[in-house]
Write a protein that binds this ligand. Structure first.
Ligand SMILES: O=C(O)CCC(=O)C(=O)O
Length: 215
């Protein structure tokens, strides 16, 4: 399939006025494809997620331990366990529709992945703090595909050197591809939104070096 989306340069940016400023303002290497999944595909994944083995593990930061402000599960191929923010997550076997979406991403964009992190946000009080997906087990050169289902939420990107911030609205069915090497110079976050009362699911497909944690 031809890529139907558009690069970031097409969706407007705070530095569109002055040529000089435009040249200096960093832009995240992303592609946003609104409505990538149709209603039936979205519904199949949302229904399937009702049976996912979600958990809410605790993270220790500055000596204090708190459960993460969302629920999550990691599905992956054999040997594709994931370690992030000090949390070791063993890969669960792939459910049918999460696997189909992995195959669709590979067919449509050549986007290779062997694991997906699914986050479930109950409403706008559940969040994801600033971070980069830059774990050592991620295959260098690989892109990360992020698919949104359910409630629309604002998603922020922040350039670590210049502090340039970019806000995107992610709606149900949208696909955001974060291209290599975005994670080395940009962070991303999903802030609280008091007015959001509906749940949201997010699936980020990643390509890991298999058996990285067994060597
Ligand atoms: O829910 C989102 O859109 C963000 C998820 C995310 O940042 C991640 O999985 O690393």
């Amino acid at each position: 399939m031809q890529q139907q989306g558009f690069g970031f340069e097409d969706i407007g940016h705070e530095a569109k006025d002055e040529g000089a400023a435009q040249q200096q303002t960093p832009r995240p290497p992303i592609t946003l494809i609104p409505g990538y999944l149709n209603q039936a595909q979205q519904g199949a994944l949302i229904d399937e997620a009702e049976h996912y083995p979600f958990s809410r593990p605790a993270l220790t930061l500055f000596g204090r331990t708190h459960p993460i402000p969302r629920r999550q599960v990691w599905f992956g191929d054999d040997g594709c366990d994931y370690l992030y923010s000090g949390l070791f997550i063993r890969a669960e076997p792939w459910p049918k529709y999460a696997l189909r979406l992995r195959q669709k991403l590979q067919r449509d964009f050549g986007l290779v992945s062997n694991g997906v992190l699914v986050n479930h946000y109950r409403d706008g009080s559940d969040t994801m703090g600033w971070h980069s997906d830059d774990e050592a087990e991620i295959v260098p050169g690989s892109d990360i595909a992020s698919v949104t289902l359910g409630a629309s939420r604002s998603f922020f990107l922040r350039h670590t050197q210049s502090n340039t911030k970019v806000e995107l609205m992610l709606n149900s069915g949208d696909l955001l591809i974060m291209h290599w090497p975005m994670q080395s110079s940009w962070q991303h976050a999903l802030p609280k939104r008091a007015k959001v009362t509906q749940p949201r699911l997010n699936l980020t497909y990643r390509h890991l070096i298999p058996h990285f944690h067994q060597g």
